[in-house]
Design a protein around this ligand. Structure first.
Ligand SMILES: [Ca+2]
Length: 289
């Protein structure tokens, strides 16, 4: 990777201006957010800490860090999943997007694929020996052979691409709104959708996803919260408050937000991280409400 690209993702104050420019060009400017094409279908409501606190009927969890693992600070995490003992990670930003397979314990990279610099990588999931990777606003999904990392397909779809997971049958995607789409694993056609709600109304900005036993964990973009969602109804079952987990909150400020949730298949615990954060965190959940 050229030196100037490495520094673009280095989460230091003096490079944040460059990062912000990259994100504006990626379509995250306030002007575009306010435009008629944003957010995508499904609507959105910004989530606040006060809103979560008011919903006393929905269980609330905090966390205790059980383990930490190394994470590449050049990885602007957009997709994260653990399969067969390996972490599969998709990263974003133009000119830096990649697909990685690496060993959880050591961080050693086992497979690596760079995306075309014109594509901003997003969610990643692994189903039946194939890795699927979406892109942000390029309307393109790639497939790869899980074992060899050889690209096996390139497909078009209509929506923005954010998070991606699967339930063993369908691919499940988010697009920045409150909608979660269940898609045919071959055609990517939407076969059904759920609209995620808490006790107040729609919850939007759903980002990275992980399906586990009938529930979907979803990072809510630009917040410390992960929503646990009933995959059948879209109803939020519980909130996970990861406030305080950011290891360097004065440096890892927006856009280096919490993003990335999966399950350690050996221990059953959640693993979470953030964009360009130096660690993955394996956590125990502690119910406080
Ligand atoms: Ca995930």
């Amino acid at each position: 990777m050229p030196a100037h690209m490495r520094t673009l993702c280095a989460p230091r104050r003096n490079v944040l201006l460059g990062m912000t420019s990259a994100l504006v060009s990626a379509g995250l400017s306030p002007e575009l957010r306010a435009g008629t094409n944003w957010p995508p279908s499904g609507g959105h409501v910004e989530l606040t800490r006060e809103r979560v606190k008011r919903q006393t009927s929905i269980p609330l969890y905090r966390y205790r860090v059980a383990r930490t693992y190394p994470h590449d600070r050049m990885s602007y995490t957009e997709g994260l999943t653990m399969v067969d003992g390996s972490i599969y990670e998709g990263t974003g930003l133009y000119g830096q997007s990649k697909l990685l397979q690496w060993d959880l314990e050591t961080g050693r990279v086992l497979n690596h694929h760079d995306l075309d610099p014109r594509y901003f990588g997003e969610g990643v999931t692994v189903l039946n020996g194939a890795i699927h990777q979406m892109t942000y606003i390029e309307n393109t999904r790639y497939t790869y052979d899980q074992r060899t990392f050889r690209r096996t397909g390139e497909f078009r779809y209509e929506t923005q691409g954010w998070g991606l997971t699967n339930d063993g049958v369908h691919l499940i995607s988010s697009n920045g709104s409150s909608a979660i789409m269940f898609r045919d694993a071959q055609t990517f056609d939407v076969v059904r959708a759920v609209y995620v709600t808490d006790d107040i109304g729609p919850v939007g900005f759903l980002n990275e996803l992980e399906y586990v036993d009938g529930a979907i964990y979803a990072n809510v973009w630009q917040t410390d919260f992960i929503a646990k969602i009933d995959a059948a109804t879209g109803k939020i079952i519980s909130w996970i408050d990861l406030g305080g987990l950011n290891p360097s909150p004065s440096v890892l400020i927006y856009p280096f937000v919490l993003n990335g949730v999966t399950v350690n298949t050996h221990t059953g615990r959640l693993i979470v991280t953030g964009k360009c954060w130096p660690h993955l965190y394996e956590i125990d959940l502690i119910r406080i409400r």
